[in-house]
Design a protein around this ligand. Structure first.
Ligand SMILES: Nc1ncnc2c1ncn2[C@@H]1O[C@H](COP(=O)(O)OP(=O)(O)OP(=O)(O)O)[C@@H](O)[C@H]1O
Length: 217
């Protein structure tokens, strides 16, 4: 199920310092980019949406996803997917088992689960890779499996925390366009944290600081 992600006057303070102030709605398929210097609150904003914010922070406002108020829900009930730079696959599981692991328990039956995994491998241009050991994949192949694994959990929104920063320049552009095209196809609202203006440009949406100030690229 897709829908909009609403950050309704989301304000986060640490001591006397306000680190996040966002009041905006992200449409299905839209990518909001958050940019700002180190320590400015980018990860804090994502943590508030994920539900993993440290107790040191005080939060006001609401996070609404697909019409559901998720502000106080624990992370596993929010249906928010996260993709980050050090996303690692389980080394002791095959590529297919890594993907199957992400499927929600509501997908019942070995055949149905296998079909979803095979379709995900197809979409990532990795048909026939189900039995492979993740250690034998290239960096780009691993990045595509990591994204498909996040999507197989059937999130209603996707958070991207510097997901391309470990990839070299050529691969970076390729994986970025793969990730962005999947977001558009799935119609997921997404939030991208990056230091790279090229990532922000490619994302094609609004670009703001954690305090909601528009950034000119
Ligand atoms: N667990 C925590 N407890 C207390 N303060 C924290 C905690 N995590 C981060 N902070 C502080 O909150 C502020 C925002 O940090 P945050 O990690 O969101 O910045 P960031 O923009 O993501 O930085 P970077 O680009 O370096 O990852 C910083 O002042 C940081 O020191």
């Amino acid at each position: 199920m897709t829908g909009v992600l609403e950050l309704q006057d989301l304000q986060i303070t640490q001591g006397q310092t306000r680190v996040v102030a966002l009041d905006l709605t992200i449409a299905p398929g839209e990518v909001l980019t958050i940019m700002g210097p180190s320590g400015s609150g980018k990860s804090t904003a994502l943590a508030a949406i994920m539900g993993t914010l440290a107790p040191a922070f005080r939060t006001t406002g609401r996070v609404i996803l697909a019409g559901r108020d998720i502000t106080t829900l624990p992370p596993h009930l929010r249906r928010v997917g996260l993709l980050f730079q050090d996303d690692v696959l389980f080394p002791h599981l095959s590529v297919g088992a890594n993907l199957a692991f992400a499927l929600p328990p509501s997908v019942k039956g070995r055949i149905a689960r296998r079909a979803l995994v095979d379709a995900a491998l197809d979409q990532a241009d990795l048909s026939g890779f189900a039995a492979r050991d993740p250690a034998t994949l290239s960096g780009g192949q691993r990045a595509r499996v990591a994204l498909m694994r996040t999507l197989l959990a059937q999130p209603c929104a996707l958070l991207l925390d510097e997901p391309f920063s470990r990839l070299d320049a050529g691969l970076r552009a390729q994986i970025r366009s793969f990730v962005l095209s999947r977001i558009r196809k799935e119609g997921l609202p997404a939030v991208l944290v990056t230091h790279d203006p090229e990532d922000a440009q490619a994302a094609g949406g609004r670009v703001v600081t954690p305090l909601g100030i528009p950034v000119k690229l």
